[in-house]
Ligand binder design. Sequence first.
Ligand code: ZN
Length: 213
Amino acid sequence: MLDHFRRLARIDRPRILRLGLKFYLALGVHPAGIPKHSVTYLLDKLPAALGKYNAAAVGEIGLQHGGQVEENVLSAQLAIAADLDLSAIVHTPQLNKKEAVETTLEILADSSLAAERVLLDHLNSEVIDLVLDSGYMMGLTIHPAKLSPAEAVELISKYGSQNFVLSTDLGVNPSYLFGLPATISAMQDAKFTDSDIRKVVHDNISNLMGQLP
Ligand SMILES: [Zn+2]
């Protein structure tokens, strides 16, 4: 995993900057990738890696199947984010989402990380009520297995653009490459202002991530 961190910082960052895009680096131990034997070693190395590679956030971290190990690894990484004054990108799983969100909210409440430093991602209509008053940024992931543009627009119409961030989870699994442009277009059709659209695709996440290093 340390090699993966190096690859993101040393190969992917320059590659993305060359395309003229902004790049914020987040490093962390994802709950679906917790190594069986060396997680303590990895958590010991994480603060130095975050500093060395100028990371803006710890993430994705969170719960996948749940259980004590995942909860401990999440708590430890929230403590690292708080210590280093970084944000945290917190994953929520597809299965048992409600239960996982409830446990995650308890762990977040016990951490010393400020609410405005947290993005709770992959939310949907099933769990949104649990998170609305938390002060956390709320991630809506436009993805074939998560949310459609129409579902995201419905949630933003109902609750306002103030704390939402649109994400895509683009990766090796089937993804929706044009998820963000399609959602912007759906928001325009629904008569959102440019300022509201900008909040959910740019301003809210920029504020969370802070200044680029
Ligand atoms: Zn995730």
